[in-house]
Design a protein around this ligand. Sequence first.
Ligand code: ZN
Ligand code: FE
Length: 254
Amino acid sequence: MSSLEFVQFQARDDNFGVLIHDPNSGRTAAVDAPETAAVEAALATRNWQLNTLLITHHHHDHVAGLADLKQRHGCEVIGPRAEADKIIGLDRTVAEGDALELFGEAVTVLDTPGHTLGHIVYYLPTAGVLFAGDTLFSLGCGKLFEGTPAQMWGSLQKIRALPAETTVYVGHDYTVENGEYALQWEPDNAALQQRMAVARDCMSKQEPTLPTTLAQELATNPFLRPDAPALRETLNMQNASDLDVFTRVRELRG
Ligand code: ZN
Ligand code: FE
């Protein structure tokens, strides 16, 4: 059993950061560094110091606070090996297959190229938590700034293979706009309708719609469902490959 605690907080306009706290040792990690102030505020209200920073990819809204946080806390900064030339301040680089531990718990690193070529996600099997960065969003997936649809579909298939009960933290809250798009393809998907009702309610209360669960995404997220018959029918792609359906859904999203 995991004793790690997870604290999600908003940063910048629509980024979300997460702190991972180990109450036994008092140590804390952060996933991505969207900005210094928001991370510092989340730490300070709990009287925590930052020991480790886990970076998912090189985009500015995920590393903007890296240098400041490292200087203030002397934290170890871990990030994607394939983006080591794009991220200043990494102490350690990791890639899929590497053995990584966080506060005594195993961390599985998956290479998830697509949004960027070196994007990685961090999966904590004992806690049942995935940090998906900008690879998977709730009801959506990251834009293909660097990779191909085939690369992104390969990355999402790795995520699809994780346990359905996995809690998924992602980099941005785009749930409602993603869901409006998703409903075009599966207007009769009851789980999607239900998810949208909850998400709209969250938005009206200015609450995040996150984290999500993989089970929920498998039932509602069109980017994880290119094999869903109703979606294929709406697209008139009944006999296409999963990759071709995924590619079309990604292209039409813009
Ligand atoms: Zn990004
Ligand atoms: Fe981002």
